[in-house]
Design a protein around this ligand. Structure first.
Ligand SMILES: *Cc1c(COP(=O)(O)O)cnc(C)c1O
Length: 225
């Protein structure tokens, strides 16, 4: 495990490169996207808190919300009015709004800019799962971070997977120093499991280089679509 002897130099380098690429203070690599989503939601929320999820969210976001014990709310797909009403009614201590950016089955996108505004108005954290945007969309391939232009303040919890566009496996969370320290201390799916093999971390670093140096692959993808 990472906290035992599993955190190697390639993991550290990958985390630093992911933080730089996403423009966040730090990044933390998990063994899978499922583990990352479960880990972050259960680290941030307990029974006094509330989680607000789009009804078409990926199963791992939904399961994380259920496992956290927080009051669980699903709002109508991409409906900011429904989300606003539900946030206004909630008396939860901490509120977390969690969405996919590109939805897995329908391929449409969450209105991130509006969600960021609504979350700020209701003092809720916003978490974005960019599994289908990262590496594919945006001028730099940075997914929702490029296309929606949202800052760390607007989206304090950014998650993306490494097994889709990057062709490897695993996932990461990017965010503030405090967020990442909190995950290292509390995320059970980070602490109590085997780290990614270091060779895979090295392969992912190479894939991240390709994302940055070969934009023609994204153009080809758009043409194929
Ligand atoms: C694939 C996917 C995940 C899970 O990632 P794994 O690394 O396969 O566990 C999480 N969220 C979304 C939106 C996904 O598409």
């Amino acid at each position: 495990s990472h906290l035992g002897c599993g955190h190697s130099a390639p993991h550290q380098a990958l985390e630093e490169e992911l933080a730089a690429f996403t423009g966040r203070a730090r990044a933390l690599v998990f063994s899978s996207g499922y583990a990352a989503n479960l880990g972050v939601i259960t680290s941030l929320l307990t029974r006094q808190d509330g989680i607000f999820e789009d009804s078409l969210n990926h199963a791992s976001l939904l399961d994380g919300g259920l496992l956290s014990g927080a009051a669980f709310t699903r709002f109508k797909h991409n409906c900011t009015t429904d989300l606003t009403e539900r946030l206004a009614k909630s008396s939860a201590r901490h509120k977390l709004v969690a969405v996919d950016w590109v939805f897995s089955m329908d391929g449409d996108k969450a209105p991130l800019f509006d969600l960021a505004q609504i979350s700020a108005q209701h003092r809720a954290w916003l978490m974005v799962d960019d599994a289908h945007g990262f590496g594919c969309l945006g001028p730099r391939g940075a997914g929702s971070l490029d296309a929606a232009g949202v800052s760390e303040q607007q989206v304090p919890i950014y998650m993306a997977t490494l097994g889709k566009a990057l062709g490897c496996a695993g996932a990461f969370i990017a965010g503030s120093e405090d967020l990442i320290e909190c995950l290292i201390q509390f995320a059970r799916t980070y602490i109590y499991t085997t780290a990614l093999p270091p060779a895979l971390a090295a392969a992912t670093r190479a894939a991240l280089q390709l994302v940055q140096t070969e934009p023609q692959r994204r153009l080809q993808l758009q043409e194929n679509i």
